[in-house]
Write a protein that binds this ligand. Structure first.
Ligand SMILES: [Zn+2]
Length: 501
């Protein structure tokens, strides 16, 4: 018994020594100048090779475009454990070979990253604000992507720091990530920031930190945001994170979802009128629901990520498109919009999609796969936007399931099943065939016709599918409209009522 305990203790010390020997610690400091940049210092140990290849990702998960982050790296300098300068040479577009001639176990790197673009997938630094998109800032060693990393942030005096990363107790501005996937998934906002009153949903704290928000009622805004989060969490029935933070980076366009945070362009400028408020709420509901749909309920290709080439999938019409669809559903169920708002959103999506020539050329699945070359929204002429066709495909599948199950099941059941069976149990994403199998199991019928609408350019039978809820889809002078039929049977009535409750 005692021997066994000593053996276990030895194993523990061996493991912890190995971990500290291989530890990677980043220190990042903003440097304000005419061309602002971050200065990065990396200390990492545990080496026994004379050459090491470091890389910086070509993209950041959530934004499916190559970003060429490597081109912003300047002044790389490497030293060994004794302070001797190590030579290096570029390895392809986004890599660097470091030659550790005397094979010292510890290597130090220093480099700068130009940070001039205010965008949720870029690095940015100005007089009283900074944003770090970590994939574009921190180099990794391929063999060490799954190892823990420590990050020390050195903000300008008077700034505060907001991130979803786990803080190290009693060490100010020091954070840990269990691996580089989490580090790259955790943007950092710092500067002169305002924190709105936080709230809890299912016992989990939710924060909103913003740079220079305009005048609006903070308390009312956070009350509505709480309703949005509570409604979204009720759809899936589980909150998988310990805390969640919205990072409002200031003016601009765009948002990117993360496991326990989201970075959003936000000023609150539009919150004082209904249309602007609904638009902002749709946007925030979208980024929030992504922590389920794409971060956890995900296509199999979206993890582990291919940081060098991008991770291509044919299913962004689900990951992005259904997330747009759930914006509408969440806001309605949270009591923030009307049934007509939901129908108007879908009607606008149908109209936008059906009025572009690309609809006859590219399927939603092909648009998903080709987004890396076609751009996030497609060209319209030869390619389409899964943000337009995807939400309509979400509605069609929801209505089909409700019709076939006499309104006993819905798309919510599909999302919950995917969450349980793939994220929680199998701990991986799903294939196209697996998604289809789950959807058909819930619907209880073959969905061959439905999947043709996703995988080919065949025009959806809008009248049939919206007819399941007693609605009509008409087109007049090229404009699509979703209207209520004069009479509905009992099933149609119950579907409409429950669908847009
Ligand atoms: Zn999205």
């Amino acid at each position: 018994m005692r021997l066994k305990r000593i053996f276990i203790l030895c194993l523990f010390f061996l493991a912890s020594n190995l971990a500290s020997a291989q530890e990677m610690t980043y220190t990042v400091s903003p440097v304000l100048s005419d061309t602002p940049y971050f200065h990065i210092e990396l200390s990492c140990g545990g080496f026994s090779a004379d050459s090491l290849q470091f890389s910086i990702p070509e993209w950041t998960p959530g934004y499916y475009q190559l970003m060429d982050y490597a081109s912003a790296v300047r002044n790389l300098h490497a030293t060994d454990a004794n302070g001797n300068t190590l030579s290096w040479k570029k390895a392809g577009k986004n890599g660097w070979w470091i030659y550790n001639k005397s094979v010292t176990p510890i290597v130090h790197l220093q480099y700068d990253v130009l940070s001039t673009k205010l965008f949720v997938a870029s690095n940015h630094l100005e007089a009283d604000q900074a944003f770090i998109s970590p994939a574009g800032m921190f180099m990794h060693l391929k063999a060490r992507v799954e190892q823990p990393v420590t990050l020390v942030v050195k903000p300008v005096s008077g700034w505060n720091v907001a991130t979803g990363l786990t803080p190290v107790p009693d060490k100010q501005y020091t954070y840990i990530a269990p691996d580089f996937d989490v580090l790259y998934d955790s943007p950092i906002l710092m500067g002169k920031l305002e924190t709105f009153p936080s709230f809890e949903v299912q016992g989990k704290p939710h924060h909103f930190v913003a740079y220079r928000p305009r005048e609006f009622d903070r308390a009312a805004f956070m009350k509505d945001l709480q309703k949005i989060i509570s409604t979204a969490a009720d759809i899936i029935g589980d909150i998988p994170y310990d805390n969640y933070t919205f990072l409002g980076i200031g003016p601009g366009m765009g948002g990117i979802e993360h496991l326990n945070s989201t970075a959003v362009s936000f000023t609150g400028n539009n919150l004082n009128n209904r249309e602007g408020k609904i638009g902002t709420y749709n946007f925030l509901a979208h980024e929030y629901f992504h922590h389920y749909n794409v971060k956890r309920i995900r296509p199999i290709e979206l993890g582990p990520f291919d940081y060098d080439h991008g991770s291509k999938t044919r299913l962004l019409w689900i990951s992005e498109g259904f997330t747009v669809y759930y914006e509408y559903i969440i806001l309605r169920r949270a009591g923030l919009t009307t049934q007509d708002d939901v129908l108007k959103g879908l009607q606008d999506n149908i109209h936008s999609y059906e009025s572009k020539p690309g609809r006859l050329i590219q399927s939603a699945a092909a648009a998903s796969y080709n987004t890396w070359s076609d751009g996030p929204f497609g060209s319209g002429d030869s390619s389409i936007s899964y943000y337009e066709k995807g939400p309509v495909l979400g509605a069609l599948l929801d209505l089909k399931i409700r019709h076939e199950t006499r309104n006993k099941r819905s798309l919510d059941d599909v999302m919950r099943a995917l969450y349980r069976e793939y994220y929680q149990d199998k701990k991986r994403g799903f294939t196209e065939a697996e998604f289809k199998a789950v959807a058909e199991r819930i619907a209880g019928v073959s969905l061959t016709e439905y999947f043709e609408y996703a995988n080919t350019v065949k025009m959806p039978d809008y009248k049939k599918y919206f007819g399941y809820a007693g609605l009509d889809v008409t087109v007049k002078d090229g404009s699509f409209a979703i209207t209520r039929k004069k009479s509905r049977n009992a099933l149609q009535e119950s579907i409409l009522k429950d669908w847009l409750r």
